[in-house]
Write a protein that binds this ligand. Structure first.
Ligand code: FAD
Length: 404
C-alpha cells in the first residue's frame, strides 16, 4: 500500500486530459493518477471539419496518449469503462476493475444515431464528423462523392448540441466544392433544429441571428431552421413539416445523450445519462465523484420548439476539467473548493468559414448572466484557428495544461 489516493479519470479529451495533467501537477506526490481511455490517441476534434476534404491527415491532429502520460507519471488503461460502482469505488472496464478514491467522469456525449431512422455512418445513409473514426468514414464517402457529385446537405438534428461544428462544416465543404470546380453542379443546403440560424442552443450571441444568414447568402447556401428530421432514406431527408431534401452527400450532427457507462451505472447520471454536479463539479450524491466536459448536465437556458442542446465547447470542457482537478486537490488538502458553475462559464469559439470566420466570446454561458458578448467576423479567424490547433496540440502533448 502506497498510502496515496487513487484518482481515476474516464475519458481523455479536452476535459479528461486537462484534469489528469492538472491533478498530477497539483498533488502528484500524494496521488496515483490513472486515465481510462477507449482511444489510445488524443484527437483535436475541432480540426475534423477539415478531415473530410483531405485538408488534414490523422498524424496532423492526433498524438499517442500513453507516452505523453508516462512522462508525467500518469498511468493509462486503454479500455472501455463499462460501469461504475460508486459505493465500492470501482470502475469496471473491458480489461480490469480499476479502484478509485476519487473519480472524474469526462466521457463526453453518446451520439444517438439510433434515434432517427437512416441517420449515421454505421446503420444509416449520412456522415458525421464527431470523432476521428466518423471523420475517416466521411472522408471515404467524400472521395466517392467527387466521382459522381450532386446535392450536398449539412445539418444538426433535433436534440443535437454543438451547432458550431455544423456551421463550420457547411462553410468548409462549400469552399471545397469551389476548389474542386464542382460548385455549379452541386447545390449546398443547411438545416437546423435551432429556432433560428445562429441560435447555437443559447438564444444567439450578439447579432448572430443576422450574421449567419448573411454568410449563407454570400455563398449561395439555402437553409431551413426550426425543423426536425422524420426519417432518412438512401438519398432523401424527410422533415416534420412534410418537406424533403435530396442528397448525394450529407453530414448531420446527431442528437446527443449521456454515455453508456453513465447510463449503465444506476444513480450516477440523470435520465438522459448526463452527470448532475454542484458548481464545484462534484457529483450531487457521491462526494468522491466529479464530472467535467460534455458529460456534465447543463439545462438549456430556454425551451426551444424543437429540442436543442446547450453547447459545451472545448474551452468550457477544459475549464471544467481544470476546476474538477483543483477541487479534488483542495479536498485532499482540506482547502476550500472553487465554485464555477457551468452556466457561469465563459465561452470562446472561432467559427471557421474556410475563408475567414467569426470570433464568438461571452463572459457567461447563460444569456441572462452575461455582461459581455463579442461576435466578430474577420478574415483573420481561419489563420487564428490553424495557429490555435498547433498550439493546443503542443500544449496537450507536453502536459502544459496550466497554460491558457
Ligand atoms: C467537428 C467538431 C468541431 C468542434 N469545434 C470546436 C471548436 O472549434 N471550439 C470548441 O471550443 N469546441 C469545438 N467542438 C466541441 C469540442 O470538441 C467538445 O466540447 C470537446 O471535445 C468536449 O470534450 P470532452 O472531454 O468533454 O469530451 P469528448 O471530446 O467527447 O471526449 C470524451 C472522451 O471519452 C472517451 N470515452 C467515452 N466513453 C468512454 C468509456 N466508457 N471508457 C473510456 N473512454 C471513454 C471518448 O473516447 C473520448 O475520447 C467541436 C466538436 C466537433 C464534433
Amino acid at each position: 500500500m502506497s498510502g496515496k489516493k487513487d484518482i481515476v479519470i474516464i475519458g481523455s479529451s479536452f476535459a479528461g486530459l486537462t484534469a489528469a495533467f492538472d491533478v498530477k501537477r497539483l498533488i502528484g506526490d500524494r496521488t496515483e493518477v490513472t486515465v481510462i481511455t477507449k482511444s489510445p490517441l488524443f484527437t483535436f476534434i475541432p480540426s475534423l471539419i477539415w478531415y473530410t476534404q483531405g485538408w488534414r491527415q490523422q498524424q496532423d491532429i492526433t498524438f499517442a496518449l500513453e507516452p505523453a502520460y508516462q512522462k508525467r507519471g500518469i498511468k493509462t488503461v486503454v479500455a472501455e469503462a463499462i460501469a461504475i460502482s460508486p459505493e465500492q469505488g470501482i470502475v469496471h472496464t473491458t480489461k480490469s476493475n480499476v479502484p478509485f478514491d476519487y473519480l472524474i467522469i469526462a466521457t463526453g456525449p453518446y451520439w444517438n444515431f439510433e434515434a432517427i431512422t437512416g441517420l449515421g455512418p454505421h446503420h444509416g445513409h449520412t456522415q458525421s464528423i464527431c470523432n476521428l473514426e466518423h471523420a475517416q468514414s466521411s472522408r471515404q464517402a467524400w472521395i466517392e462523392y467527387l466521382k459522381n457529385p450532386g446535392p450536398v446537405v449539412v445539418g444538426a438534428a433535433q436534440g443535437a448540441s454543438c451547432f458550431g461544428a455544423a456551421y463550420e462544416f457547411v462553410l468548409n465543404i462549400e469552399q471545397a466544392l469551389r476548389r474542386e470546380g464542382l460548385r455549379q453542379q452541386a447545390s449546398v443546403s443547411f438545416f437546423t433544429s435551432e429556432p433560428f440560424a445562429g441560435h447555437f442552443g443559447l438564444g444567439g450571441v450578439g447579432k448572430s441571428k443576422q450574421l449567419l444568414p448573411k454568410f449563407f447568402a454570400q455563398r449561395g447556401i439555402e437553409y431551413k431552421e426550426n425543423i426536425a428530421i422524420e426519417s432518412i432514406t438512401e438519398d432523401t431527408i424527410h422533415f416534420n413539416d412534410g418537406s424533403k431534401l435530396p442528397f448525394k452527400y450529407a453530414m448531420i450532427i446527431p442528437p446527443f445523450k449521456g454515455t453508456e457507462v453513465v447510463r449503465n451505472s444506476p444513480g450516477v447520471g440523470n435520465t438522459m445519462g448526463w452527470v448532475e454536479v454542484e458548481g464545484t463539479y462534484r457529483h450531487k450524491t457521491y462526494p468522491n465523484i466529479y464530472a467535467a466536459g460534455v458529460a456534465v448536465a447543463v439545462a438549456p437556458p430556454q425551451q426551444t420548439p424543437i429540442p436543442t442542446g446547450v453547447p459545451k465547447t472545448g474551452y468550457m470542457s477544459e475549464v471544467m476539467g481544470r476546476t474538477a482537478a483543483h477541487n479534488i486537490a483542495a479536498d485532499i488538502k482540506n482547502e476550500k473548493p472553487v465554485l464555477l458553475p457551468p452556466t457561469e462559464l465563459p465561452a470562446l469559439c472561432m467559427l471557421d468559414a474556410a475563408k475567414g470566420g467569426i470570433l464568438m466570446s461571452v463572459d457567461k454561458l447563460y444569456p441572462d448572466k452575461r455582461k459581455r458578448e463579442i461576435l466578430l467576423p474577420s478574415y483573420a479567424i481561419h489563420a487564428g484557428k490553424i495557429a490555435f490547433e498547433k498550439y493546443f496540440l503542443w500544449k496537450c502533448r507536453t502536459g502544459r495544461t496550466n497554460l491558457p
